[in-house]
Design a protein around this ligand. Sequence first.
Ligand SMILES: Cc1cc2nc3c(=O)[nH]c(=O)nc-3n(C[C@H](O)[C@H](O)[C@H](O)COP(=O)(O)OP(=O)(O)OC[C@H]3O[C@@H](n4cnc5c(N)ncnc54)[C@H](O)[C@@H]3O)c2cc1C
Length: 639
Amino acid sequence: MSKLDAKIPEGPLADKWTNHKAKLHLVNPANRKKIDIIVVGTGLAGSSAASTLGELGYNVKVFCYQDSPRRAHSVAAQGGINAAKNYKNDNDSVYRLFYDMIKGGDYRAREANVYRAAEVSNLVIDHYTALGVPFARDYGGYIDNRSFGGVQVSRTFYAKGQTGQQCMIGAYSALSRQISKGTVTMYPRREMMDLVVIDGKARGIVVRNLITGEIERHSAHAVVLATGGYGTIYYLSTLALNSNGSAAWKAFKKGAYFANPSFVQIHPTSIPVLNDHQCKLTLMSESLRNDGRVWVPKQKGDTRKPNDIPEDERDYYLERRYPAFGNLVPRDVASRAAKERCDAGYGVGPTGLSVYLDFKDAINKKGRQVIEDSYGNLFDMYHKITGESPYETPMRIYPAGHYTMGGLWIDYNLMTTVPGLFAIGEANFSDHGANRLGASSLMQTSGDGYFILPYTIADYLADEIKTPKIATNLPQFDEAEKNARERINKFLSINGTETATSFHKRLGKIMWDYCGMVRNEEGLKKALTLINELKEEFWKNLKVPGTGEELNQELEKAGRVADFMELGKLLVYDALNRKESCGAHFREESQTDTGEAKRNDEQYSYVAAWEFNGDGNEPQLHKEELKFEFVKLQERSYK
Ligand SMILES: Cc1cc2nc3c(=O)[nH]c(=O)nc-3n(C[C@H](O)[C@H](O)[C@H](O)COP(=O)(O)OP(=O)(O)OC[C@H]3O[C@@H](n4cnc5c(N)ncnc54)[C@H](O)[C@@H]3O)c2cc1C
């Protein structure tokens, strides 16, 4: 098939990681301080990796574009973090978590990686608890769990609707300890402009100081990208406005393959778009579907207030279509079902593009206080944004761009196709197949950073102990800095009339319309043409005020949007290539009689890993065949 080697260890599924770890090379503690490691990103992936590597004694440099590492996007995670503790005694296990993720991802993830993620999940919870994360407790004193979509057990650990924030506080305090010990040097307000590859190995990065505009060079024996996802390519998404795909894109252009770029999760429960001037959508956590019931009126175009619509005139369509999982079907299924109802004319609200998420029954049954204890902050957020109280009237929700399952291709050691370049957290592609299950990202990002990367990176670094400090005056650094400067100058010199944000908005609409929740061949081909036209216009008519020697957020934005134009095309190529539906990738041409995603395992049971082939050329596709030895491929059913 291709030269891709995922380096998956042989042997029984449950023994792979243990046996693999036993064979990994180590770096002796005395040698670690001679080794420099760059970590880009301070979300749960980057912070966990950096603090652990610092504690191990490596020289770590960490970068983020926020003013504080604690403001990385992980802080926004709401509903929870999964682990297979079986605290609820509901027959959960590592195997069941693994199986749920493989099935939830519609059989497009690697068995070995997913099993390992499930295996280390329990360590992650213990670790966060030790760091003081205040997970909710139940009456008996155990840490409490709730359910998330696509599963039939309760394995989601949570801290109200602010799990990401609480985990970030824990991870950040551990990182801060290393910073004060001097093992980690923190570089906030830096944006990675390029990856430096020397003799085929990742050896450093070039960054822009976002306050002064200065371009800096940083070298290392290995580089770790923990730069998050690229869901903001849709412009309107549940992500922070600054989230972007540029670091991964730069790595792609330097030889790192990009895997399954079109696997993007559209989350079913966002506050709907209210007007044309919005720049952001706000997520209402999936945890709400534990107690909230999703419905639309049975009558098309019903304009009555929700509380005036009697019970027998409501269509609880998820419970009707998917009795086994009900409101807790996976995200891709719930999103498409909402779209289907709205497209058929049953949507509610001023635009008709929303459905109800109703807590009336839960409040009647459990009492308002219980609901407030579980979701109080989410209800307050919803109330502030919409002016309506979910305690009194159902929420209105609609799907929105959210999470990217695609990302940099990595092998079992989390290393990309560029030796010495690792990718962890949402920036890599590996554990969620074609659809991520809720609360499994925090689990994966933290597992990667605390319990996997620190072992696998040592295996690579064991051969680097004799490599002296990498000089930053090498020609490869000169070249990277020159390119970064030229690009900045180009943005500033176009002097057109349209802002980067305006181009982003237009790109987002193309992506949403043709490469969003549903895709088809005709639309995808149209998207390619439209993106090419938009890109041309962008480079002729972009307006970036100010200079490069100051804080200039328009300039930052221009760089990110320029990369999104190219990344957007890669998403489209990938979606065009995969003529099957699987998970969140729904090709209209490939659906079952009941409108569910129809896979084609014979032809598409592979990871699509794309290689950069020069500017203006089509990327080259490599296929990593997915072998299923431990689960049987089946049609995914939640009925
Ligand atoms: C609203 C919302 C709620 C969510 N809720 C949950 C949940 O309840 N449970 C769950 O499991 N998942 C949830 N997710 C998903 C989860 O939060 C993310 O997938 C996860 O936090 C990503 O962590 P990360 O460390 O990989 O990246 P991030 O937290 O996104 O961090 C990226 C880091 O990279 C840095 N960076 C990026 N590019 C550059 C560059 N070029 N130069 C320098 N630095 C750079 C940033 O500064 C930042 O520090 C949610 C997502 C959203 C949007």
